[in-house]
Design a protein around this ligand. Structure first.
Ligand code: HXC
Ligand code: NAP
Length: 295
């Protein structure tokens, strides 16, 4: 069997040289994985979130490995004034921004009737308002300065199916998907592309502690829902993200790429649960079905 290289670097080393990329929520989890890879590929990366200590630690760790500058900047994406400061500081630091990755998110599992209205607001604000705040501030700047750019939004597969117990997140991610597809058309004339990634299961501390707390992970083995029978590796998501913000994907616009090992479709197909039927059982079933005559 040939070696599967999914967890290794996909693009050539200088693929993102000269690019300046902002990743919201870039200090942890998948944002950190993208930051590391973009930096390895030669990009200057700005990472922002609410916790400056976390950002600084990530920036130091990554820039010392890649020798490319990573700029940490504290910004709550819910506050438009802070987002405008983030834009101003990014431009002062690097002179331009070529790509925005709307990755920051908030989420936790809960029966919806247990949520206060504030809890609902908090999630929707981080995910949806945070995305449109950053998109609007950076978009206005790009349009005014005639700078071509790429936006990558991180959604979820339940952005289109919905999901019980994460309703504020599902509603907000559906909104982010709508922004992606709408602005892909509206702002194409300014040279601004919009795409999204819908990740399946990618273990991160932030997500797992809030979505699979305690022994929930053992009680419901979510990876069993994945036809490819594994969870995602951070590098394979970073590979896809790097491609989508790079010039190599210049003709891809308004697309949402699912990277989930087939998980959501497995839940959708009517007969998918027949996967567990053995060959012997199929022999028997075939005989019975062939034996059916008339209606
Ligand atoms: C019910 C809860 C709750 C819970 C918080 N709240 N946790 N309600 N059940 N488990 C309520 C609080 O009581 C409060 O309402 C309101 O929510 C806001 O809580 P705060 O703690 O004040 O908010 P804040 O400090 O802003 O923190 C936001 C947060 C937190 C979203 C609650 O978890 C956070 O900072 N998350 C950021 C990182 C994150 O969530 N990462 C996971 C992304 S994973 P009241 O009314 O009492 O004031 C993801 C993957 C999806 O999106 C797909 C996976 C397959
Ligand atoms: P994570 O590590 O918790 O990342 C979320 C980040 O968002 C944190 O760095 C957090 O930093 C930041 N953030 C939260 N609120 C913010 C705010 N108001 N302003 C600015 N930054 C804020 O979780 P993750 O798993 O890597 O998730 C990354 C993205 O992938 C999210 O969009 C998530 O929905 C998506 N996703 C993940 C999975 C998965 O399996 N992991 C699956 C599908 C989709 P601070 O706390 O410092 O602000």
């Amino acid at each position: 069997m040939t070696e599967n290289k999914y967890n290794t670097s996909m693009l050539k080393n200088n693929a993102l040289e000269d690019k300046v990329i902002l990743i919201t929520g870039g200090g942890t989890g998948l944002g950190k994985a993208m930051c590391r890879y973009f930096s390895e590929l030669g990009a200057k990366v700005i990472i922002s979130s609410r916790k400056i200590d976390v950002l600084k630690k990530t920036a130091e760790e990554i820039s010392s490995q890649t020798k490319n500058e990573v700029f940490p900047f504290a910004c709550d994406v819910v506050d438009y004034k802070q987002v405008e400061m983030l834009l101003k500081s990014s431009l002062e630091k690097f002179g331009k921004v070529d790509a925005l990755v709307n990755n920051a998110a908030g989420n936790f599992i809960s029966p919806t009737e247990r949520l206060s209205n504030r809890a609902f607001d908090v999630i929707v604000n981080i995910v949806l308002k945070g995305t449109y705040n950053c998109t609007l501030a950076f978009g206005k700047h790009w349009i005014e300065s005639k700078h071509k750019a790429a936006v990558l939004n991180i959604v979820t597969t339940y952005a289109w199916t919905g999901s019980a117990f994460v309703v504020p997140s599902a509603a907000a991610k559906a909104g982010v998907l709508a922004i992606t597809r709408s602005l892909a058309v509206e702002w194409a004339k300014y040279g601004i592309r919009f795409n999204a990634i819908a990740p399946g299961l990618f273990p991160t501390k932030g997500a797992w502690e809030r979505l699979l707390p305690g022994n929930l992970q053992d009680q419901f083995d979510f990876s069993k829902k994945v036809p490819l029978q594994r969870v995602g590796d951070h590098q394979e998501l970073a590979n896809l993200a790097a491609y989508l913000i790079s010039d190599f994907s210049s003709f891809i616009n308004g697309e949402v790429i699912t990277i989930d090992g087939g998980e959501w479709l497995n839940g959708a197909g009517q007969f998918n649960l027949l996967q567990t039927i053995s060959n012997e059982q199929w022999d028997d079933i075939e005989k019975k079905v062939r034996g059916v005559k008339g209606s």
